[in-house]
Each structure stands twice: as structure tokens, then as C-alpha cells.
Design a protein around this ligand. Structure first.
Ligand SMILES: Cc1cc2nc3c(=O)[nH]c(=O)nc-3n(C[C@H](O)[C@H](O)[C@H](O)COP(=O)(O)O)c2cc1C
Length: 358
């Protein structure tokens, strides 16, 4: 049996393999009410019959002002929870497992969806709003955010816990807290976006306070049996920004706070970042975090076939492989990887598709 198709148990979740679908925003809520639609239903369910060990639903806002775009999904109310429940059921009916990424976009909120004709912040009056952030420092080309006060920070923590509660109630198998890609929790972590002088800014420990408080509060809300993952950017890839040693340190604290797995990506905080994407380009960041912690770590970024994924696990650089774009190119990437690695088709392929496995 390959390492990629070896099950992984995290608290009450057992994923049948280690090739997982990374979260991917669909910007497809036309009613702008945060309720997932038929698009999300088909989009996510297709991966369940494609051999993915676990699927993570896209960045899902914990409050309306935490959406990246007005077309983002949310989990801040029960109508959204009930719509998600139907999608969870559809995934489960196909033998899949579904987690959800809980997110707050902070200063990168209220932007036009990627394929709109316009760029930057959607103005108030056209469905947009003034974003919030640790400090009133704009992301390049976006509106200047309002700095959160103590009450606002407490509300963010409570909103993550409320969304996590709805995720459990909707039947999701896990939550992932989005602390990467320059969104709110990452904005607090990085000195490039956090210039606060109170307990939420300054030292790394102070800048990490929000993500750690969110993890602790979510853990208390969901209980000991439920898996809580965290996505970090392993580097800001910009002068004066976070480096992987900082994230490895935060990850050790986060483990004590109750995190079960790290999904290590990179960058997204500032426009002047320097990254050179290529095959497996973020794997060294995952490996560096893995060396510092005892919980499993996921690698992501241009991992496109079974042999490459297997090689990363065999080298001990990660415990799980996340893939995003390869699952868009081929929603059955998991079935293809199983075939490539010589897995018994009967253990991975849906019986309805088995005639294509040989
Ligand atoms: C369409 C699309 C939407 C994405 N949305 C999210 C998201 O909601 N949350 C997130 O953390 N990353 C998001 N990402 C980043 C992916 O999860 C992944 O980290 C990145 O694409 C690199 O992996 P890949 O080379 O396998 O695509 C998105 C990527 C794509 C292509």
C-alpha cells in the first residue's frame, strides 16, 4: 500500500487517504446572502466520487464583513448552516468527507470577484463595506481598513466559535481556520500589517494572540473529539515580514491551544511579495513546520500527480497532500493517483466507475 493511500486518523475523523482537496473560493453566491448554491453543491460533491480523502470547502466567512467578495459563502447564520447541511449530505452519500475553512478577510474583504471587470474594493452602496484590520494600513490598491477595537476583536473570536458550532451542526467532518494568504488572522500575525501597541501587537507572542485565542475558543466550542486544522502562510516572502521560523514557533503554541493539523501555504499578505511558484514550491515550508510540531502537517502547491505526492510523504516532508488546481483540471485526481500508485481499485474507486479502473 502506498503512503498516499494510507488512512489518517485525527481525533474522530478517519480520512481513507492523504490526498485532500484544498479550499477554493467560488465567488458564486449571486444573492449576496452567504448561502451556498447549486454551484457549490455540484462543485464539492464531484470530488467525493473522485477519490479525495477529504474535501475542504472554500473560505467561508464567519461574519458578513469577513467575506473576500460579496459573492462569498458564510456560516454566520442558520440559513447558511442548513444549506451547507444538504451539501455535506451529498458528499457523504458519495462516500466522501467534507470539512470547511472558516475565514475572515480583514483588510482584503469587500473586493470584486476575480473575473469582474473592476479591481480593488467594492464601494459601499454597491454591496461593499469598509473592511476591518489590526491597523489602518491598506493592502496595495484596496480601501484603508478601520482598526478593530477590543470589542471588535472579541466579536471576531466569538464569530469564529459561532461558525464552528454551525459547522459541527451542519455535519462537517472538520474545520480549518484560515490564518494564511493575508487574511485577518494572518494580518494580526505579521508585523507588516499589525502596528498595534496593545496586547494584540508588538512581539510575536502578542501578534499570535488572536489566532491562539480563536483556536482555544473554537476548541472549547467543538469539544475534544472534533478536528480543528489551521492554514498558515509559511512566509510573507517580503522584507521585514514573517519567516518560516516564526510560523514554526506559532505552530508550537497553536498545538498547545488545540490545533490538530497545519496546512502550510505561503504569502498573500503584501503585493510586493517575491515567490517563485514551481512544482512543490511550498513543501520546504511544510517540512520546516513539521520539524517543530508533533501534529500532522499538510503540503500544498503544484502537486499534480501520484508519484510526486508519494515522494513528499516518503521523504517525511509532510503527512498530507492538499491539491487545488489539479482537482479543478481533473476532479477524479484521486482515482487517477490510486491507479498510478497501483492501489487496488476496489478500495478507492466507486463501484459505479470501477469499469474504468482497469
Ligand atoms: C480557484 C481557487 C480558489 C482558491 N480559494 C482559496 C480559499 O478559499 N482558501 C485558501 O486558503 N486558499 C485558496 N486557494 C489556494 C489553494 O487552496 C491552494 O493553496 C493553491 O491553489 C496552491 O495549490 P495548487 O497548486 O494545488 O492549486 C484558491 C485557489 C484557487 C485556484
Amino acid at each position: 500500500m502506498s503512503l498516499l493511500f494510507t488512512p489518517l486518523t485525527i481525533r474522530e475523523l478517519t480520512a481513507p487517504n492523504r490526498l485532500w482537496v484544498a479550499p477554493m473560493c467560488q465567488y458564486s453566491v449571486d444573492a449576496e446572502d452567504g448561502v451556498p448554491t447549486d454551484w457549490h453543491h455540484v462543485h464539492l460533491a464531484q470530488f467525493a466520487s473522485g477519490g479525495a480523502g477529504l474535501i475542504l470547502a472554500e473560505a467561508t466567512a464567519v461574519v458578513p464583513e469577513g467575506r473576500i467578495s460579496p459573492q462569498d459563502v458564510g456560516l454566520w447564520n442558520d440559513e447558511q448552516r442548513d444549506a451547507w447541511r444538504r451539501i455535506v449530505d451529498a458528499v457523504r452519500a458519495r462516500g466522501g468527507r467534507l470539512g470547511v475553512q472558516l475565514a475572515h478577510a480583514g483588510r482584503k474583504a469587500s473586493t470584486f470577484k476575480p473575473w469582474a471587470d473592476e479591481r480593488g474594493t467594492v464601494p459601499a452602496g454597491r454591496g461593499g463595506w469598509t473592511p476591518v484590520a489590526p491597523s489602518p494600513i491598506a493592502y496595495d490598491g484596496f480601501a484603508t481598513p478601520t482598526a478593530l477595537d477590543e470589542e471588535g476583536i472579541a466579536a471576531v473570536i466569538a464569530a469564529f466559535a459561532g461558525a464552528a458550532r454551525r459547522a459541527v451542526d451542519a455535519g462537517f467532518d472538520a474545520v480549518e481556520l484560515h490564518a494564511a494568504h493575508g487574511y485577518l488572522l494572518h494580518q494580526f500575525l505579521s508585523p507588516l500589517s499589525n502596528e498595534r501597541t496593545d496586547q494584540w501587537g508588538g512581539t510575536l507572542q502578542n501578534r499570535a494572540r488572536l489566532v491562539l485565542d480563536v483556536i482555544r475558543t473554537v476548541r472549547a466550542e467543538v469539544g475534544e473529539a472534533y478536528p480543528v486544522f489551521v492554514r498558515f502562510s509559511g512566509t510573507d516572502a517580503a522584507p521585514g515580514g514573517l519567516e518560516v521560523s516564526d510560523i514554526a514557533q506559532v505552530a508550537t503554541w497553536a498545538e498547545e491551544a488545540g490545533a490538530d493539523l497545519y496546512d502550510v501555504s505561503s504569502a498573500g499578505l503584501v503585493a510586493h511579495q517575491h515567490i517563485t511558484p514551481g512544482p512543490g514550491y511550498q513543501v520546504p515550508l511544510a517540512a520546516a513546520v513539521k520539524a517543530a510540531v508533533s501534529v500532522p502537517v499538510g503540503a500544498v502547491g503544484i502537486i499534480v500527480d501520484g508519484a510526486q505526492a508519494e515522494g513528499i510523504l516518503a521523504a517525511g516532508e509532510a503527512d498530507v497532500i492538499f491539491a487545488a488546481r489539479e482537482f479543478l483540471r481533473d476532479p477524479h485526481f484521486g482515482l487517477r493517483a490510486a491507479r498510478e500508485l497501483g492501489e487496488d481499485p476496489a478500495t478507492v474507486w466507486p463501484p459505479q466507475y470501477i469499469r474504468a479502473a482497469r
